[in-house]
Design a protein around this ligand. Structure first.
Ligand code: SF4
Length: 451
C-alpha cells in the first residue's frame, strides 16, 4: 500500500530542559515525518514567553535555521499533521496555542477524541468561540475554563472529560505535561537527552537526536516535567490497554520500537506466518516497496523462494496535481513504482503488500506485473482484511470504500485480476505480535470498537 491510502493523523514530540530545545524537536519531527506531511509546527518556551511557528508543508520546508533561532528556550513541543481534504487550513496546524488566565499554553495531540462534538456543543452553548475544527481545541477550552487553580489540576480535570485516543503534550511557560489515554491507542515514548528529557510518538526520533529510550508513557499516565526534578508520574486513569495494532502493520517506521517491540522484526514475522498459512509455488517473492519489504523478506525466508526487489520505487515523487489523461490512466502508480521487466518476464511471482484498502492500487500493481510479462501473479497481504474504518486517529475511507467490507477473497481476487489472493489470518497477526493479554485494538479488522 505504497501510496498511503490510510494515514496516521499526526506525530508529536516534546523536549524539556534541553538547550535549543526547538532543534531537538525539529529533528524529532523530521524522523516522524511519515506520520503526517501536510503541516508542521513547534512552540518553544524560554520560561517567560512562548514562541510558535507553524505552517503547511514538510518539516524541512516549514523551518530553517533562522526560524529555529527565533524559537528560543529550553523546552519545546512540536507536531506534524496529516489532514483530510477540506480541512487543511493553517488554523488546523498544531501546536494549538492560547493565552489564558494562568499565562500561555501550547498543546500537541496525536489521536482523535470520540466525544469531541458533544464537548464542543456544550462549550459553545456556554459562549465558547472556536477557531478551528480540531478536537484538540476542546482541550484548550476545558483547561482554560476549569475551576481549579493550578495548571496540573486543570489538565487532570480536562482529561477526565475527554474520551477516545490521545497521546498529548501540553506545555506551559515553565512545565511540560505528557499523557496517554487509558487505552494507549497511539504510541508515546520517553527518552533522556543530556540533562533533559524527550517525549515522542516513535523511538526513531530518539535515535536521530542521540536520546536514550527510557520507557513508554503508560496508558492513563500523566508525566510532569519541572525544572530541577525527575519527571513525576501520576496514574490519573485506570489503564485498559488497547494499542493500535496497525502501527505494527503499517504506520510506524520499521526502525522504531513501538509498545516495546521492534516493528521490522514483527513485520518480518507476519510474512513468515503468512508463508506458512498461504503457501504458493512461485519463482520469486516481490515486495510492494517500501511497506511490503519486511513481510516479503519473512515470506521468502520461510518459503525458500528467492526475494527480489523487482519493483523499484521512485522516492522523489511528491504530489502531482496534474491528472493523467484516460490514455495514461495508470501514470500515478507508474510514476512511483516501476517493474524490472527482465526479471519478471515469464515468472510466477508472489507480490507482498501490507494491506489492501480500496483495491484500486493493488489492481494496478497486478496489471503492471502482468504487462511486464509475469506468468502468474499471486497477491499476499501481511495483515487481515481491512473491513472497518478507524475512529482513533487514523484517516480511513468510509466502510463502503474498503473493498474487504463487501467482497469475499475470491471476489477481490477477480477484481484485482490476480491468480490468487490470501491475507494473514487474525490468529496469525496475533501470533506475530504476541497478543496473549488481548492488549491491542483490532477494530479495523474486526469492527469491534472499544470506545
Ligand atoms: Fe489502529 Fe485499526 Fe484500532 Fe484504528 S481501528 S486504532 S487503525 S487498530
Amino acid at each position: 500500500m505504497h501510496d498511503r491510502e490510510l494515514n496516521e493523523e499526526c506525530a508529536v514530540a516534546g523536549a524539556f530542559n534541553i538547550p535549543n530545545a526547538s532543534k531537538s524537536v525539529y529533528f524529532s519531527l523530521f524522523a516522524l515525518q511519515h506520520r503526517g506531511q501536510e503541516a508542521a509546527g513547534i512552540s518553544s518556551s524560554d520560561g517567560k514567553k512562548m514562541h510558535t511557528i507553524k505552517d503547511r508543508g514538510l518539516v524541512t520546508s516549514v523551518f530553517d535555521d533562522q526560524k529555529l533561532a527565533t524559537l528560543k528556550g529550553h523546552m519545546a513541543v512540536g507536531h506534524t499533521r496529516y489532514s483530510t481534504a477540506g480541512d487543511d487550513s493553517i488554523l488546523d496546524a498544531q501546536p494549538v496555542y492560547a493565552r489564558y488566565d494562568l499565562g500561555e499554553m501550547a498543546i500537541v495531540h496525536n489521536g482523535n477524541l470520540t466525544n469531541a462534538q458533544s464537548i464542543r456543543d456544550k462549550l459553545i452553548s456556554k459562549g465558547a468561540i472556536f477557531q478551528t475544527f480540531m478536537d484538540t481545541e476542546n482541550m484548550i477550552h476545558l483547561i482554560a475554563k476549569s475551576d481549579e487553580d493550578k495548571i496540573l489540576d486543570r489538565i487532570i480535570d480536562a482529561v477526565k472529560k475527554i474520551e477516545g485516543a490521545y497521546s498529548m503534550i501540553v506545555q506551559s511557560r515553565s512545565k511540560m505535561f505528557a499523557m496517554r489515554d487509558p487505552h494507549g491507542f497511539r504510541p508515546l515514548s520517553l527518552a533522556k537527552l543530556g540533562e533533559g528529557y524527550v517525549v515522542a510518538s516513535e523511538t526513531c526520533a530518539f535515535d536521530l537526536i542521540g536520546a536514550t529510550y527510557i520507557r513508554d508513557v503508560k496508558p492513563g499516565e500523566l508525566l510532569i516535567f519541572e525544572k530541577g526534578q525527575e519527571p513525576i508520574s501520576m496514574q490519573i486513569q485506570e489503564p485498559t490497554p488497547k494499542h493500535c495494532i496497525f502501527e505494527y502493520v503499517y504506520f510506524a517506521r520499521p526502525d522504531s520500537d513501538v509498545y516495546e517491540q521492534n516493528v521490522y522484526s514483527l513485520r518480518k514475522k507476519m510474512g513468515e506466518i503468512l508463508a506458512k498459512e498461504s503457501p504458493v509455488e512461485a519463482d520469486m517473492i516481490i515486495p510492494v516497496p517500501d511497506g511490503g519489504v519486511p513481510a516479503a523478506i519473512g515470506y521468502a525466508q520461510a518459503s525458500g523462494i528467492p526475494f527480489e526487489m523487482a519493483i523499484m520505487r521512485n522516492h522523489y515523487v511528491g504530489r502531482t496535481f496534474i491528472e493523467p489523461t484516460q490514455e495514461i490512466r495508470d501514470l500515478k502508480v507508474k510514476m512511483k513504482l516501476s517493474p524490472i521487466r527482465k526479471m519478471i518476464e515469464g515468472k510466477r511471482v508472489v507480490i507482498i503488500d501490507d494491506s489492501i484498502v480500496r483495491g484500486t492500487t493493488s489492481k494496478k500493481i497486478v496489471r503492471m506485473l502482468k504487462d511486464a510479462g509475469a506468468k502468474e501473479v499471486h497477491f499476499r497481504v501481511s495483515s487481515p482484511p481491512t473491513t472497518d474504518p478507524c475512529f482513533y486517529g487514523v484517516d480511513t475511507p468510509n466502510k463502503e470504500k474498503l473493498i474487504a467490507s463487501h467482497m469475499t477473497n475470491q471476489e477481490i481476487c477477480d477484481y484485482i485480476e490476480a491468480d490468487s489472493v490470501a491475507y494473514l489470518s487474525k490468529e496469525g497477526l496475533f501470533e506475530s505480535v504476541s497478543n496473549e493479554d488481548d492488549s491491542y485494538c483490532t477494530a479495523c479488522f474486526t469492527g469491534e470498537y472499544l470506545v
